[in-house]
Design a protein around this ligand. Structure first.
Ligand SMILES: [Zn+2]
Ligand SMILES: [Zn+2]
Length: 91
């Protein structure tokens, strides 16, 4: 696991929730290819800032995903916006 990835996750954790804008977020790892296997290592760059409610709540990403559907975007689109928010101004 690279230190750069860890530093990136620290930055993601400072952002407001990408689904509802609440501060005080958890870092969600986007899992490629569905269910996470036991030995699968999470990619620190495929992470989203989501508040506890939008993360593991009933309507959250690990719940029925209705907050994600309401946002009208996929996890990967939110990932693009998160990276843009963090690094887009550096160009
Ligand atoms: Zn939220
Ligand atoms: Zn998660």
């Amino acid at each position: 696991m690279s230190n750069k990835g860890k530093a990136h996750m620290g930055r993601v954790a400072q952002l407001p929730c990408c689904l509802c804008g609440t501060h005080g977020v958890q870092v969600h790892h986007i899992r490629e290819g569905g269910a996470a296997g036991a030995g699968e290592k999470a990619n620190d760059w495929l992470t989203l800032p989501v508040c506890p409610s939008c993360h593991t709540g009933t309507h959250g990403i690990h719940g029925n995903k209705s907050m994600l559907k309401l946002s009208g975007k996929s996890e990967h689109e939110h990932l693009g916006e998160t990276l843009e928010r963090l690094y887009g101004g550096l160009r």
